[in-house]
Design a binder for this molecule. Structure first.
Ligand code: HEC
Ligand code: HEC
Length: 559
């Protein structure tokens, strides 16, 4: 979105959306803007190149990626109470690994490294050290648990969770793995390993919902969960049945039950939309960001630094949503009534659970994070809730992730892969490029073009308002637990004047992945390409011949 669009621009686009969506998605989702012309190398029209902040320092960017929190330790410690939950649960290192957390061996001192190595050699993972909750705290204090960052908030010059130092979350939590050189992750899928930290690849086994459930006050994550609002007819959407959506009176146990149920909160996913729908997306790769734009599954954000600022200012500290600009953002997403209700319910929960913001008063002093207030930019993708974190840090982070290499492919059959490349050129280049070192085409593939069976039923009407669509859901092959379009119920690219649908993904590191498409709905590459999924399923581009399919799978694994 260009600089002259402010709030006004957004509302204008939203109004356009309301008219085009009124007739149930026929006009805008009909596939008219997918490029129908392909060459053997890729689509003829690659879409415009989208700019980003450049000129940053990648070395500083690595520190940002791994350790920068901008103060969100206030949220994770005082509101969500994650460290209190970890202590209360007596979480052992082995249990942390089972939750998909990883340990960076390079952060450990030599004595600990040796002790862990000796124990592993003699007793595997059943030795006392790796099953002692005290070791978990020692690992945290060494800042060795990837993405869980201890800050010296009590200023005594050392890191110690037990003496009150606060714990925040960095990007590395969901966007890094290790080389597994000390303890391998199960099935080599990433997450739950000990070794040298590798930034960028997805920890596919990370149990984000399970980690949230560990926290002593998971209710403080309310806007990121599947909730039922009166303004939406008390219906909710997400993987859990509609009537099981949470409310502001749901107990901690009820919230924990929802997020720790892998059917409702699958491994390797996180719901990155603060809109009260339960729309967990599979964690996307965060490397070679020089090649992939626009951002977010729906391609709603044009610039990388804007996506990253949204993560810092909303997702890693959602208390920004109870500020006036945060409230306006929720209203723009979900309508005035639902937006206000979500913010009110959230504030009620924060008060009921005695959450103190900055300044130590219950229910006041939000958000915790340090960011510049840019109220005139509120509602734009630059500062959706009117907040912008440090611009140099955003620039450095871009430099770092732009330069992060895609992981080398695992084992594949080179002869089959070469034949598979022919298949790919012939069948897939209407949308994807063959050469993955070229930037990803920047167009959005409209919903109906990607998911021909898309035919949503309305769960609840919402007040007629610009840009607010009904609460509708569109199960894949009648499976009510599927959520292919849930993220786009309120978040989509029409803000940028683009259709509602999916952005093109980077096709790297696929051999390490076992669930495909943004909602993790397809298990295995072979099944992704198998016509058995049916011509109405999402991404129905198939290879009917089984041996050609195998060739294409080998090609995809080689990328
Ligand atoms: C709790 C897990 C989690 C954390 C922590 C997290 N992310 Fe992500 N990230 C995700 C998920 C899930 C997606 C996929 C969402 C989507 O595509 O809409 C994603 C995708 C991304 C993408 C790629 C989007 C695309 O279109 O390819 C970027 C860039 C990104 N995150 C940046 C960040 C930054 C910056 C941070 C730290 C400030 C961060 N993330 C922290 C879960 C997380
Ligand atoms: C109409 C455009 C289009 C065509 C044609 C197309 N794709 Fe895709 N592809 C997409 C989009 C858009 C996505 C992202 C969808 C999502 O995440 O839900 C995608 C996702 C994928 C993914 C999943 C990536 C992941 O990490 O989950 C793979 C693999 C893939 N495509 C391979 C292929 C192959 C192989 C072909 C040809 C047989 C093909 N695609 C043809 C648009 C297309």
């Amino acid at each position: 979105m260009n600089k002259t669009h402010g709030h006004v621009g957004w509302v204008f686009l939203a109004a356009a959306l309301a008219t085009s969506q009124g007739a149930c998605s026929k006009s805008k989702d009909s596939g008219d803007s997918v490029n129908q012309n392909q060459t053997k190398e890729g689509p003829e029209d690659q879409g415009p190149e989208l700019p980003r902040l450049t000129g940053g320092d990648a070395t500083r960017g690595q520190q940002v990626f791994r350790f920068e929190t901008f103060g969100n330790e206030g949220f994770w410690t005082d509101a969500v109470r994650l460290p209190a939950g970890v202590v209360a649960a007596k979480l052992t290192p082995v249990q942390a690994l089972q939750a998909g957390l990883s340990v960076n061996v390079e952060a450990l001192d030599d004595a600990t490294k040796t002790a862990v190595a000796n124990e592993l050699a003699s007793q595997g993972t059943s030795g006392p050290l790796l099953n002692d909750p005290a070791t978990t705290l020692a690992l945290l204090n060494a800042n060795a648990v990837i993405g869980v960052v201890v800050k010296d908030t009590n200023g005594d010059g050392r890191l110690d969770v037990a003496s009150g130092d606060k714990v925040g979350v960095s990007c590395a939590l969901c966007h890094a793995i290790t080389d597994g050189s000390v303890v391998k992750s199960p099935n080599n899928l990433g997450g739950g390993s000990i070794g040298k930290q590798i930034d960028g690849p997805t920890p596919h086994n990370l149990n984000v919902g399970g980690i949230f459930a560990l926290a002593a006050n998971t209710r403080a994550l309310y806007p990121l969960l599947q909730v039922k609002l009166a303004a939406n007819g008390n219906k909710s959407i997400g993987r859990a049945p509609s009537d099981q959506g949470l409310t502001e009176t749901s107990t901690e146990a009820q919230v924990d039950a929802l997020v720790s149920n892998p059917a409702f909160y699958p491994l390797g996913t996180f719901d990155d939309a603060p809109d009260g729908t339960g729309a967990q997306q599979h964690i996307a790769p965060f490397f070679r960001t020089d090649l992939a734009a626009p951002w977010g599954t729906p391609g709603d954000i044009a610039r990388l630094e804007n996506f990253n600022n949204l993560v810092y200012t909303v997702l890693l500290d959602p208390t920004s949503l109870v500020t006036p600009d945060g409230r306006a953002f929720l209203q723009a997403l979900g309508g005035v009534a639902a937006g206000n209700e979500l913010a009110d319910d959230y504030l009620t929960i924060l008060k009921d659970t005695q959450v103190q913001g900055k300044g130590g008063v219950v229910g006041e002093g939000f958000p915790y994070i340090t960011a510049t207030l840019l109220s005139d930019k509120a509602g734009t993708e630059e500062a959706p809730v009117g907040l912008r974190v440090n611009e140099d840090a955003l620039r450095d982070l871009n430099a770092y992730t732009d330069g992060l290499a895609a992981p080398a492919p695992g084992a594949f059959d080179a002869t089959l892969a070469a034949r598979g490349k022919e298949q790919f050129s012939a069948r897939c280049t209407r949308c994807h490029n063959v050469d993955q070192s070229k930037r990803v085409p920047s167009f959005i593939v409209p919903m109906k073009a990607l998911f021909p069976g898309y035919n949503p039923t309305v769960l609840a009407e919402r007040p007629a308002e610009a840009g607010v669509r009904p609460i509708a859901f569109a199960p894949i092959q009648d499976d009510p637990a599927t959520i292919f379009d849930d993220k786009t119920v309120v978040v989509e690219a029409s803000r940028r004047g683009e259709p509602r649908g999916s952005a093109m993904p980077l096709l790297f590191d696929l051999g390490r992945k076992d669930r495909f498409l943004h909602d993790s709905s397809v298990v295995g590459l072979t099944s992704l390409l198998d016509p058995l999924r049916g011509d109405k399923a999402p991404h129905p581009i198939y290879v009917p011949d089984a041996s050609q399919r195998t060739e294409l799978v080998e090609f995809l694994k080689s990328l």
